[in-house]
Design a protein around this ligand. Structure first.
Ligand code: SAM
Length: 329
């Protein structure tokens, strides 16, 4: 049985937020204060949810947050996921998105437990910029050590996500190009979306795909590489063949038509889109002792209501009911 929504999109990619706590306060994501925090479920409950989704055709599970590496039991969780098989009998593709602060210590245990890939968020390649963005001193060296540890642990290719904000860190475009070439990591620029706690988003702050490609050309021109339809990032290599970057452009070039994602928040709510204004309370159903069959029926009904597309930048745009740190990026 495969999950397919009413627009014919096959849902194969599950993102589970295992906490909405975070040890960073990135300016484009969080407010400077500790905001509301939602409840967390037991790891065993996330694993039950994951197993049921896998029975419904999910092939890829990404653990996110908040900061997933803060969660005790993460390595065991990855090991349990590693024992699951897709409907086709293959191992799951298991990924984590992390700020990298604790990755140097955890990369090898996670790789040994069966983690397939890791994406590290890093919005500047110099320590001062980095501290200004994350509002944490001395994080840069730790994150760099985390990236290198992930590479040593064989979690190839390590992807590095960078959100660019005009006038804040857009001077990092070329330094990130150099970084991608020198470190052998795939740097992916993500267009800033209106999902932040401080509601500062305007279209003018967004550095679009076209602008990134144009500005990177001042360093070295890029050649686009073929990417699969379900891939969110457009991929580019530098013209001399050394180094790859990706650009994820949900604002200037939305890819909703190929969306294969579904999300579960740390408090067990299903979200069918980052920009959903309503959630489906799977945790409440579980608390009431639902059987697997009842959960499957509930998930199918949620998928039936998956939004066709987001409406960023359009008149009448309604902000998502929660911000990124509480949804799980
Ligand atoms: N703490 C982990 C991390 O830093 O990667 C995982 C959670 S974080 C919310 C996941 C990703 O969402 C990060 O790469 C972050 O840069 C990105 N992100 C957060 N707010 C965003 C926004 N408003 N627009 C685009 N990306 C955003």
């Amino acid at each position: 049985m495969h999950l397919t929504d009413k627009f014919g999109r096959r849902i194969s990619d599950l993102r589970i937020s295992i906490t909405d706590r975070c040890n960073y306060k990135c300016v484009y994501c969080r407010s400077g204060n500790d905001g509301p925090q939602f409840s967390e479920m037991d790891i065993a409950e996330y694993l039950r949810i994951a197993r049921i989704f896998v029975e419904l055709g999910i092939t890829k599970v990404r653990l996110t947050g908040g900061e997933p590496l803060l969660r005790k039991g993460l390595v065991e969780m990855v090991r349990e996921l590693g024992g699951m098989r897709t409907l086709e009998g293959r191992p799951l593709d298991i990924a984590i998105t992390t700020n990298g602060h604790l990755l140097a210590e955890l990369a090898q245990p996670l790789a040994d437990a069966g983690l397939t890939r890791v994406t590290v968020s890093m919005d500047a390649v110099d320590p001062e910029h980095f501290a200004r963005i994350t509002r944490v001193p001395n994080g840069y060296e730790r994150v760099l050590a985390g990236i290198r540890a992930a590479q040593r642990a064989g979690l190839h290719p390590v992807k590095v996500n960078c959100v660019l904000l005009r006038g804040f860190n857009d001077d990092q475009i070329i330094p990130f190009g150099v970084f991608a070439r020198e470190e052998g990591a795939i740097v992916r620029f993500i267009e800033f979306m209106p999902l932040e706690e401080d509601r500062v988003w305007t279209p003018e702050i967004v550095i679009t795909l076209d602008e990134i490609v144009r500005r990177m050309a001042a360093f070295m021109p890029l050649r686009e590489v073929e990417h699969s339809r379900s891939e969110t990032a457009r991929r580019y290599r530098f013209e001399d063949g050394v180094g790859e970057i990706g650009i994820i452009a949900p604002v200037s070039q939305p890819f909703c038509g190929h969306c294969s994602r579904i999300r579960v928040t740390s408090d067990g709510k299903i979200r069918t889109c980052l920009f959903s204004v309503r959630e489906h309370d799977l945790a409440a159903l579980m608390l009431n002792g639902a059987s697997d069959e009842e959960m499957i029926a509930f998930i199918q009904r949620a998928v039936d209501q998956k939004e066709e597309r987001h409406h960023i930048g359009e008149a009448g745009f309604i902000p998502a009911s929660r911000t990124m740190v509480h949804i799980g990026g």
